[in-house]
Design a protein around this ligand. Sequence first.
Ligand SMILES: Nc1nc2c(ncn2[C@@H]2O[C@H](COP(=O)(O)OP(=O)(O)OP(=O)(O)O)[C@@H](O)[C@H]2O)c(=O)[nH]1
Ligand SMILES: [Mg+2]
Length: 411
Amino acid sequence: MTIQSTPKGMRLHIGLFGRRNVGKSSLLNAIVRQSVSIVSDVAGTTTDPIEKPMELLPIGPVVFIDTAGVDDVGALGELRVEKTRGIFRRTELAIVVTDGIWDKYEQGLTDELRAFNIPVIAVLNKTDLQSPAQEAIDKLNVQKIDYVTTSALGNEGIDQLRQLLVKKTPDDFLNTPTILADLVPPGELAVLVVPIDKEAPKGRLILPQVNCIRDLLDNDSYCMVVKERELRDCLDRLKTPPALVVTDSQAFLKVDADTPPEILMTSFSILFARYKGDLDQFVIGATKIDSLKPGDKVLIAEACSHHPSCEDIGRVKIPRWLRQYVGGDLQADVIQGHNFPSDLGQYKLMIHCGGCMFNRREVLSRTMLCQQVGVPVTNYGLAIAYCLGIFQRALKPFPAAWEYYQMSLKS
Ligand SMILES: Nc1nc2c(ncn2[C@@H]2O[C@H](COP(=O)(O)OP(=O)(O)OP(=O)(O)O)[C@@H](O)[C@H]2O)c(=O)[nH]1
Ligand SMILES: [Mg+2]
């Protein structure tokens, strides 16, 4: 796999924050040694976040996000501030840039980032113009905030900044959890069921399917890929049953019927509930479908804005299954991409897609925001399994989540 094709959802997301004009974009250009972000002496040059994927050794594939200065003023400024805050949700490592001072503003930003458990690096830039204030350095030292002094213009301190980025890379990024390899030991087989219908992209598989195949290969497991029509015959021919059958949620009912009950079965999207999100919370969220009443509002969140098959599931199929389950009309609001509403309180449930295009932090941040206002969260695969009555079977491969579910039934 080339650098360019590493999916964005698997890259370490490094956000650059700070007041306007402190040199955020200049630093980004210096780190990546290219001119990717526009630099000027006009405050407020960067208006929309710029994302730059690159290979940062030894970390590997990362994406830098250059943001608009958060001290922005005016109505348009408010919008930019809101957008920049939105970046927090997918930032895994933050760089707070200043031109040598450390004031309430930088402190507030750092406090906010740390409240999200995001590691922070301070960069005191423009050292060619002035030395950083001793007071600033003292404040950083007292709080044990790692910092470097740089001159983006003179290309000084940039190597030290790169080293600090490596040092501060969160461990859980380096040891990425597996998608399904732990469920399919080396030498064992997984059967992946991939419907090829009119929504399937021409000439290729979609990202979660590719991610699963790669995960199995990395683990020395075997993998067989079939359409739902061939599944039964494929299983009949095997000398040893597979350790797991994974299906696209759209073929859930047929695959449930065609897979003998003693064989474990789940969906891609449920695997991604665990890989990108909080499976236990999502399980509880799915059970809240029981409390939905006609007229309730549900938020359906889709990470990508270009996959017709997800679009169909989010806009048409899930709302339909929910209506059938609830026995009346529901209002389903669909959002796409990184935008996320602030008036979450109006929703009775959020149903998120598998999130293959998002990093884990973004799905977890959204879950946290919903929990803060008491809105339960689940994902596509779990909601579908719940509506179709195959929830228990689809959860059987995950004993911990299963136990959590049983406990919630009792309480
Ligand atoms: N002397 C000096 N000037 C710098 C340095 N870094 C950036 N600048 C200058 O500061 C100005 C602002 O730089 P930018 O990189 O656009 O700053 P920014 O933080 O991205 O600004 P906004 O996008 O407006 O928030 C430009 O004129 C840069 O050339 C530095 O290390 N030394
Ligand atoms: Mg900028």
